[in-house]
Design a protein around this ligand. Structure first.
Ligand code: BTN
Length: 326
């Protein structure tokens, strides 16, 4: 049986390889190669099969490299205990870690990455489009002791540190949209979804999920029901590899989480507001069935949005803002 990861790694350089050549490289028959090609195609890998030339991925692929990510993490003291798991496909990287947590396994400091998700989850029950080997789908498990009240604002802080990583890598200056969207010129580039496994009031596992559009295939444009873009489209420079971006995000995330329970969100309020594009703008907050129109004045120490409504500042914890209809 050919190993699909090895076959994919071989084809990632964008060259043509005959079935025979691939079979010899992987120590399997041509039929076994063909079977794995089909399997990879079913996951969404665009492998061409051309008579007389063989198999090829036109333009090549920037695959995630788990060994490279692990090596990078080993160089940072605080990340030495972080475990990295990379899969070709999962239903959802968040769900994968939640399943483990529910089964009683420790997910603390565990990172799960997938090249694609068949049931990627967004906030408010939305689907997160997760095509193969183009973006970043990352989840990290973290055990907290004192209940979710001690980690108020965490999803905003995660958005902020991801924004900072993207800026430090020289890719782009993304902005933040409350509560935890990463945007470029009002188009969504990424989002954060934190889920909890266990008792919300006591010790429990957080699963912090991040989806980041790196190089979204244009063919998905019609399927996504909100304005979006990707890092490839907004950068002025050469994109670093997805492994490099993911590694830096994991380092920053670990640093954030290691101190968050004791330090909280307070130190992130100002930098978050500075990176937010809607401060001072008229927005509509959709919170449950309610729609509240007001001017966004900032965020509170626990991540609630501050809206000026009829001359008074009010705070709202949940919901989603839009500029639509204002
Ligand atoms: C949002 O709606 O803005 C949040 C999107 C979060 C998507 C990520 S992708 C990795 C992780 N696994 C999931 O199923 N969802 C999160």
């Amino acid at each position: 049986m050919a190993n699909p990861e090895r076959l994919l790694a071989q084809l990632a350089d964008g060259e043509y390889y005959s079935g025979e050549h691939l079979g010899a490289l992987l120590g399997v028959s041509r039929a076994a190669v063909w079977k794995q090609v089909k399997r990879l195609q079913n996951l969404g890998a665009e492998i061409l099969s051309v008579k007389g030339k063989g198999y090829c991925i036109a333009g090549g692929l920037d695959l995630l490299d788990a060994d490279l990510i692990r090596k990078h993490l080993q160089e940072v003291e605080i990340c030495k205990k972080v475990l990295v798991n990379l899969q070709l496909q999962l239903d959802s990287t968040n769900q994968y870690l939640i399943r483990k947590s529910v089964a009683g396994e420790s997910v603390h400091r565990q990172v799960c990455l997938a090249e694609s998700q068949s049931a990627g989850r967004g906030r408010r029950g939305r689907q997160w489009h997760s095509p193969f080997a183009n973006n970043i789908y990352l989840s990290m498990g973290w055990r907290i002791q004192e209940g979710v009240n001690t980690v108020g604002g965490l999803s905003l802080a995660v958005g902020l540190i991801v924004r900072n990583v993207i800026a430090e890598l020289g890719i782009a200056e993304l902005s933040l949209k409350w509560p935890n969207d990463l945007q470029f010129e009002e188009k969504k580039v990424g989002g954060v979804l934190i889920e909890i496994s266990g008792e919300a009031t006591g010790a429990c596992d957080l699963v912090i999920g991040l989806g980041l559009n790196v190089k979204m295939p244009r063919s998905l444009a019609q399927e996504i029901d909100q304005a979006w873009t990707d890092l490839q489209s907004v950068t002025q420079s050469m994109l670093p590899s997805r492994s490099k971006i993911a590694s830096q995000i994991i380092v920053s995330l670990t640093q954030l989480l290691a101190h968050y329970e004791s330090r909280g969100f307070a130190a992130y309020v100002q930098p978050w507001e500075k990176a937010c594009a809607q401060i001072g703008e008229k927005v509509v907050l959709q919170s449950g069935q309610k729609q509240i129109t007001g001017i966004m004045r900032g965020i509170s120490h626990n991540g609630a949005i501050k809206l000026e409504v009829a001359g008074r500042i009010e705070e709202f914890v949940g919901g989603e803002i839009s500029l639509r209809g204002v």
